[in-house]
Ligand binder design. Structure first.
Ligand code: NAP
Length: 279
């Protein structure tokens, strides 16, 4: 491996740029405000929400926090979102997922005004991405594009293979790589001859949700391997979808877990809040 892609450093660089831009905006009397809604007290969600608030503070984005009890009804949540949609001082609304089982996630995501959909999950945002119009882009795949660009890795003309087709990672990742003029293949659980396809990749993005699934024989010599997965092993240590020890010697560049893709997601959320639609 020649390059260990440092997501911590790159995310800090982006947050510092955004902080400067916020200072300029504030000097012109412009503010940004993100409303974060959490329903229930899932410990992992609480950590994410806390980190999002910390990032807002660092960058200079105001944040409003709605901590709603587990038994909140769908109607009550819709009412809060409706009010935030009509508040001129709020430019981003984020509902932390997963929601409790009795709340229909689709209905909630659809109720967020697309111009405040900083997570990029609304069908309008997804549609805009697919047809190449400006709009919010899902933060994790947007962060991966930044990791590649800021590491000097060219995407244009490259064979890009995305392992996974979820709505929040795999599909938007494929659309973004296509927008950057990559030649894109998407693999999933029904793909036949998986390794033959992944071994063609100049850039391989693993978003499969299975610990250390991608081993050395999935990877072409000199490939760039991006690991989206986050898992905790029996000893409580974090690992990704890629078996780093076997893949690293074969690849040109790899993202570590932790410290690769993970920190980029919040940085790109901040970029969406500061820059608005079109970035
Ligand atoms: P997901 O919704 O579970 O999707 C997994 C995808 O992998 C599905 O498309 C599935 O195919 C495919 N898949 C499963 N088993 C496979 C197999 N044996 N061969 C080929 N394809 C297979 O997961 P996700 O939400 O995209 O997340 C993926 C990983 O990234 C998870 O570990 C998650 O924790 C992590 N993640 C990290 C961040 C971050 O900020 N770093 C953000 C989001 C997610 P089917 O569609 O056919 O079922």
């Amino acid at each position: 491996m020649e390059l260990l892609i440092d997501g911590k450093r790159i995310s800090r660089e982006i947050k510092d740029e955004l902080r400067e831009r916020m200072t300029e905006l504030n000097a012109r009397g412009v503010e940004r405000c993100l409303a974060v809604i959490q329903v229930g007290s899932d410990p992992a969600s609480s950590v994410y929400v806390r980190n999002k608030k910390k990032a807002c503070e660092y960058v200079g984005v105001k944040s409003l926090s709605y901590e709603m009890p587990e038994e909140t009804t769908e109607e009550e949540l819709l009412e809060v979102i409706g009010k935030l949609n009509s508040r001129a001082d709020v430019n981003g609304i984020l509902v932390q997922l997963p929601l409790p089982k009795h709340i229909n996630e689709d209905r909630i995501l659809l109720s967020i005004a697309p111009e405040k959909d900083v997570d990029g999950f609304h069908p309008v945002s997804v549609g805009n991405l697919s047809i190449g119009r400006p709009g919010y882009v899902s933060c994790t795949p947007a962060g991966i594009i930044q990791l590649l660009k800021r590491s000097g890795i060219e995407i244009e003309g490259k064979e890009c293979v995305v392992l996974g087709r979820s709505n929040i990672v795999g599909k938007p990742m494929a659309m973004l790589l296509l927008r950057e003029n990559g030649t894109v293949t998407v693999c999933h659980s029904r793909t036949k001859n998986l390794k033959e396809i992944t071994r063609r990749a100049d850039i391989l993005v693993a978003a499969v949700g299975k610990p250390k699934f991608v081993e050395a024989d999935f990877v072409k010599d000199g490939a760039v391997v991006i690991d989206v997965g986050i898992h905790r092993n029996e000893e409580g240590k974090l690992c990704g979808d890629v078996d780093f020890e076997s893949v690293a010697p074969k690849a040109y560049a790899v993202t570590p877990v932790p410290g690769g893709v993970g920190p980029m997601t919040i940085a790109m959320l901040m970029a969406n809040c500061v820059n608005g639609v079109g970035e």
